[in-house]
Design a protein around this ligand. Structure first.
Ligand SMILES: [Zn+2]
Length: 274
């Protein structure tokens, strides 16, 4: 079950570095990150896993079934993606892709290198406005910009280095699938740390504001998520654990990026990289 950890820990032995994946932006995210796996390896793994998952969804007739919904999601993505330049020079040129999957779960995610999915349960059950949908996607995009999945895979690899030597026994051919599985696993199922969540919240509201979406929608989105709670809590909450002062922080950050929002609404281009 954990064989991919053995595989990736072989990589961990070769390279461990401290990096900063993004520029700070107006919201000022500046935490140093420890990486034991390369972006190239993780991105290749994400692309492989994403292609497999979308093929699977297609087979189940669950891929992009509602043309209007797909168009709506893609329109929001196409407004958010150019704004990623405020945080990373390379990001606007990533192979961004977004699909709508017909699943009742309230969930959405973005794998490394911009491979996104929005589940119909999220759109339908929460009756999201465009601003709120942009808040979810901005948040997910922010996780990808900060390479949080790479960081999580690295953390797993670091804690598993004891068995790293065993990993070397596996052929390199198996490594690709191992990393693909690990990336999909952390992106879809493993909760992010509180620090990562705060970063994604902050970068997310700035991306939304720069794209001309009301940054305060992140707050109403959270309120809707928590209200839905009850016996069937949204899947999204299990990978994005709420913390008490989250709403207050979102309110502060939304206020901070309001000028960017107003500028975007007025038709000006928010200056990237500041
Ligand atoms: Zn998150």
């Amino acid at each position: 079950m954990r064989t991919y950890l053995v595989l990736i820990s072989a990589l961990a032995l070769s390279a461990c570095q401290t990096v900063e994946t993004t520029k700070g932006g107006t919201v000022g995210v500046d935490r140093q990150q420890r990486m034991a796996v390369s972006s190239e390896e993780v991105n290749a793994g994400a692309e492989k896993a994403y292609a497999q998952m979308m093929a699977e969804a297609q087979k189940k007739n669950a891929l992009d079934r509602d043309a209007a919904q797909v168009a709506r999601v893609k329109a929001i993505v196409s407004r958010l993606v150019p704004q990623t330049a405020a945080f990373r020079d390379d990001a606007p040129k990533w192979p961004w892709e977004a699909h709508v999957i017909s699943v009742d779960d309230v969930n959405a995610w973005c794998m490394p290198h911009g491979k996104m999915a929005v589940y119909t349960g999220l759109i339908n059950k929460l009756q999201l406005t465009d601003d709120e949908l942009a808040a979810v996607m901005g948040h997910e995009i922010a996780h990808a910009l900060r390479e949080h999945s790479r960081e999580q895979v690295s953390q797993q690899a670091i804690t598993q280095t004891g068995i790293g030597i065993a990993g070397a026994l596996f052929g390199v051919g198996q490594l690709g699938q191992g990393v693909a599985n690990a990336v999909a696993d952390v992106t879809l199922f493993k909760p992010k740390s509180r620090g990562m969540e705060t970063e994604a919240d902050r970068i997310g509201v700035e991306l939304a504001a720069r794209a001309g979406y009301d940054p305060h929608a992140a707050i109403s989105l959270w309120q809707k998520m928590e209200k839905l709670g009850g016996s069937q809590p949204p899947k999204w909450l299990s990978t994005h654990p709420p913390h008490a002062d989250r709403i207050a922080d979102l309110q502060n950050q939304a206020q901070k990026v309001m000028p960017l929002y107003q500028q975007a609404k007025a038709g000006g281009t928010a200056s990237a990289g500041k």
